[in-house]
Design a protein around this ligand. Sequence first.
Ligand SMILES: [Zn+2]
Length: 183
Amino acid sequence: MNWPCTHCKKPLGQHDGSHDYVPLIPKFALSLYAPWNYAILRLGKDVENRSRGFIQCMRQEMRGGGWFWLHSSKGPARKAFDSELLAMCQTAIRAGSPAFPTLTTRQLVNHWRGHIVGIANYTSHIDSWLGTPSPWWVPGQAGLRLGERYELPKPIPAKGAQGFWSINDETKWRLAGVLTEAA
Ligand SMILES: [Zn+2]
């Protein structure tokens, strides 16, 4: 399993043994529609588009970047879900992503709904008027620039919320359990 250590942020495979490896368990989570988590974890999506207001609030809470959980919300309903998936595929093709989404992708992404599926490292924010060259950036939007990301060995069910939300203790132990088991 490839997952960063809470102390040195090095993935298990590169861990040097100067201290005990403890899997990283971030405090905050962000709920997204499932296709966008797939794009972040598997297709190289390196921007999370958000409103300017959201980024301003978030910068106060997260101060200088940090790791957060990627949670796939239960919504939207089937028709809107398919159009989100289509939008993801179109951007992935434009971005020249190596993986082309298939029917299996649709089933997997659908299964992710209502689960925490991975983590991402927010490295800096994007100004709406400056933007970023990434094909995943939506012009006019502010956003989070994403660095490293890791997919959980097994999705863990959790209820989502608006904005950044803190995972509860039960979810925390379930996440720690699945990561310890896989390490
Ligand atoms: Zn370490």
